[in-house]
Structures are given as C-alpha cells and as structure tokens.
Design a protein around this ligand. Structure first.
Ligand SMILES: NC(=O)c1ccc[n+]([C@@H]2O[C@H](COP(=O)([O-])OP(=O)(O)OC[C@H]3O[C@@H](n4cnc5c(N)ncnc54)[C@H](OP(=O)(O)O)[C@@H]3O)[C@@H](O)[C@H]2O)c1
Length: 263
C-alpha cells in the first residue's frame, strides 16, 4: 500500500484525501497549524502533523497549496522528499519543470488539474508527466486520481487550456445556477422551489448529455422549437453574444494560468 503525503489540506487537498482514504490508502497531511486541521484525523482517518520529516516515509507527495505562495514555500520541503518519490502537483500554472528544480532527488513529477466535484468522487482530472517521468508513475497517478473521478492524460502544453475548461468548469455551471435562481425569484418563483428545480434540471441535463449520442448543440436544438419560448430566450442570449463571452472567459483563464506560472 502506498503512503501518501499531502502538503496543503484546503478544499482541493481534502477532496483528494477523502477519495484515497475511502480506498484504504495511508495518508499524512503536513500542515502549518495542527490544531486547525486536527479534525481531519477523525473525519478522514488520516495523520495530521507539522513535522515535515513525515514526508520522507511517503512514496507519493501531493502539493495542493496555492500557486501564489508555492514559490516561496516549496523550498522549505526540499530536503524532506524521499529519493525517487512521485510528486503530484495540483497547483494551477506551476510547471513540472519548476517542481523538478525544487526536488532534484526525483524525476517522477506529475502535474494534475482536478476540479471540485472530486469532493463527491465525480471529478475530472487532467494529468501530465514531467520530462523524465516514468510510465509507471503516470499509471500510479492515474490510479490515485481515479479514486475521485475520471482521469485524462494530456500534454503539459495543454494544461492551461484544460484547466480553463474542466478545472474552472464547475464555476461556470454554478454561475448559471446562481442567475437562474435570481431570475426565477424575479418571476415570483419561491426560492426553495427554484433551487430544487435548478439543481434537478442541471443534474438531468448533465446526465442526458452524458448518455446521449447527440452533441450539446443537437440537444439544445431539441429543446428549442421554432417560434417557441426557448427560442425567445436563446435569442436574448445570442444578441448579448453570450457564446463569445464564454470563449473569452476561457481565454482569460488560460492567460491567468500562464501569469501565475511566471510570478
Ligand atoms: N479549488 C479548485 O477548484 C482547484 C482546481 C484545480 C486546482 N486547484 C489547485 O489546488 C491548490 C489548492 O487550492 P485550494 O482551492 O484547495 O486552496 P485552499 O483551500 O486555500 O487550500 C490551500 C491549503 O494550503 C495550505 N498551506 C499553505 N501553506 C502551507 C504550508 N507551508 N504547509 C502546509 N500547508 C500549507 C493552507 O493551510 P492554512 O490553513 O495553514 O493556510 C490550506 O490548507 C491550488 O494550487 C489550486 O491552484 C484548485
């Protein structure tokens, strides 16, 4: 059984840990403030410590701290990573080359881009191996991340783009849900009812998209009878160029990812 060390036990770190402990892995979280994270010992069944030496026992080390601080913090861990350990970083914008320079004792570096549905083990994670990362390490990373959802292996050059699509993707759908709720209330629909309608509609639509052989465009056309109510609504979205705005939002995400990698 692999021993996994996690640096960064925030929302993404905890989502990943929960998948691993459910599949029986042994996990230790390295934290700055043990009391703040003590509850994870019970809720997730892991060890929590501020002693970085615990990482030396780990076959896999996961880095889940914010990209904004990673450059100042990571060097503190340099001498605590075992030779040839597999290091998986989920930090947006941070390259495997950068992580490799921090930990010269291993070439087994994987960059991973998960998303928050990992919390309910329905996540999507895109992974890329660093320059000299072995196939067996990619296989281990794939297996580990499969515990929280689907895994896709992509070239590292595409990480910023897939991050904008699936990494940030849940935010776009929650944004849609937020405004559907607001619009429903403006139309006089009770807030609780609106909430239930929207959650069920998103779930049903997502499942239909998964199960159908039709594309999203075809499925949308199926709901849009000529001259009907949906068409009237779609015309408002089209005239506001919402489709183009979504493409521009993805581009902004990619640009920010590149910026975070440079800063
Ligand atoms: N959230 C997403 O949807 C998403 C998607 C894809 C990738 N990611 C990536 O996942 C990473 C984590 O994001 P997040 O949303 O989970 O952030 P978060 O909730 O803010 O968690 C960051 C964690 O890092 C810890 N930390 C900071 N410095 C540390 C240190 N020196 N030693 C140990 N722990 C330290 C923080 O602990 P304290 O409580 O002590 O500050 C906190 O638990 C980021 O790199 C992000 O780019 C996130």
């Amino acid at each position: 059984m692999k021993k996994i060390g996690v640096i960064g036990s925030g929302s993404m770190g905890q989502a990943l840990i929960s998948g691993w402990t459910e599949s029986g892995a042994s996990v230790v979280a390295i934290v700055r403030d043990v009391e703040k994270y003590r509850h994870l010992e019970k809720s997730l069944g892991i060890d929590v410590t501020d002693n970085r030496s615990a990482l030396l026992e780990c076959d896999v080390v996961v880095i889940a701290i914010k990209p904004q601080i990673i450059k100042e913090v990571l060097h503190e861990f340099q001498s605590y990573i075992a030779d040839h350990a597999l290091v998986i970083s989920v930090a947006v914008g941070i390259t495997t080359e950068f992580i490799g320079k921090c930990f010269p004792q291993t070439v087994e570096i994987v960059k991973a881009m998960p998303n928050t549905p990992s919390q309910i083990h329905m996540g999507v994670t895109c992974i890329s191996g660093g320059e000299n990362c072995s196939d067996s390490s990619i296989a281990v990373a794939t297996e580990l991340l499969s515990a929280v959802g689907e895994v896709f292996v992509v070239p590292e050059s595409q990480q910023a783009a897939v991050g904008a699509v699936s990494g940030s993707g849940p935010a776009y759908l929650f944004f849609l849900a937020q405004y559907l709720r607001e619009g429903a209330q403006q139309l006089g629909v009770d807030a609780d009812l609106a909430d239930q309608l929207i959650r069920a509609t998103l779930r049903g639509s997502a499942e239909l998209l998964m199960q159908s052989e039709m594309s999203a465009t075809q499925l949308r056309k199926q709901v849009t009878s000529p001259g009907g109510t949906t068409q009237a609504a779609m015309e408002v979205l089209d005239s506001a160029r919402v489709g183009e705005v979504i493409c521009a939002a993805l581009e902004a995400g990619v640009a920010r990812s590149i910026e975070l990698g440079k800063s």
